[in-house]
Ligand binder design. Structure first.
Ligand code: MLT
Length: 267
């Protein structure tokens, strides 16, 4: 089922009486990155996903976004759907949104799944790179930016052995409105660090990272896992930064196992 909440396109799968999982996608992608997992999990869970403001089918507006606006968007979904103790599952930029949402703690959460992400804010060097990407989109156009950014998100072996997966993501990323993509870059470069919050996480957390992730490598994510009390850390074989797409079987099974421990599926 599809729904519009707060000008965002929301996609709902499964029975709304069951434990809710909210899937938050990465940049510059859309909700479809989670479809392999949702197809499998919707039998036992209420799976909620959406296109982040400015991307996919959601509202673009003026592109003046902040991480806090993304967090407000996520809470508007939780409020409107009246979700009780949802589990949040975010990848990369979706992980930044997840961490900050958990930190702001306006409702209780049942658990968290963090894939290929980090808790640090951008360094000055990273901010300057983001600024140059915004400029690249202005001067050379979105396609050139996407062609330079997306290959780094995949393991070399995925691009070589499964080019159809890579090309699908590449082509979809070129369909976004450039204003939304620049807005996301600005929101990421101006986000706060959630590093100090990690020690305060008191609910079960699963940390997944692709073995060949070049953007948020296993050593970065292992440190995150070590800072969280009840965390489980897994390296996803045969995958780069796009774990749910590059190794869907491993990611789905890991999420399934994690969820079955933290919440018994309602029959
Ligand atoms: C993502 O996959 O969401 C991005 O790589 C995040 C980032 O650029 O920091």
């Amino acid at each position: 089922m599809e729904k519009i909440i707060n000008s965002l396109k929301i996609y709902l799968y499964g029975d709304s009486e069951k434990q809710a999982i909210i899937f938050v996608h990465g940049f510059p992608y859309d909700h479809t990155m989670w479809m392999n997992q949702i197809n499998e999990l919707q039998r036992d869970y209420f799976c909620v996903t959406y296109d982040i403001r400015g991307l996919g089918q959601s509202y673009v507006g003026d592109g003046q976004y902040t991480m806090e606006a993304y967090v407000d968007d996520l809470y508007s979904i939780i409020d409107e759907l009246k979700l009780v103790k949802p589990v949040l599952c975010g990848l990369s930029m979706g992980g930044y949104i997840t961490f900050r949402t958990l930190e702001s703690a306006r409702v209780k959460f049942g658990g968290a799944i963090l894939c290929d992400t980090k808790s640090d804010a951008d360094t000055d060097k990273e901010k300057l790179i983001r600024a140059s990407k915004i400029n690249q989109i202005n001067v050379e156009g979105l396609d050139k930016f996407v062609e330079s950014f997306v290959p780094n998100c995949f393991a070399d072996l995925t691009i070589k052995n499964k080019p159809e997966l890579f090309n699908d993501v590449l082509n979809k990323s070129k369909q976004h409105n450039p204003i939304g993509v620049k807005g996301a870059l600005f929101a990421m470069l101006s986000r706060t660090s959630t590093k100090k919050f990690l020690k305060k996480i008191d609910f079960p957390t699963l940390i997944l990272v692709g073995k060949y992730d070049k953007l948020t490598p296993p050593k970065t994510m292992r440190k995150i896992a070590e800072s969280i009390l009840h965390s489980e850390f897994k390296i996803v074989p045969n995958a780069g930064h796009m774990t749910p797409i590059e190794n869907p079987e491993f990611v789905t099974k890991s999420i399934k196992d994690f969820l079955s421990i933290i919440s018994k599926p309602k029959l």
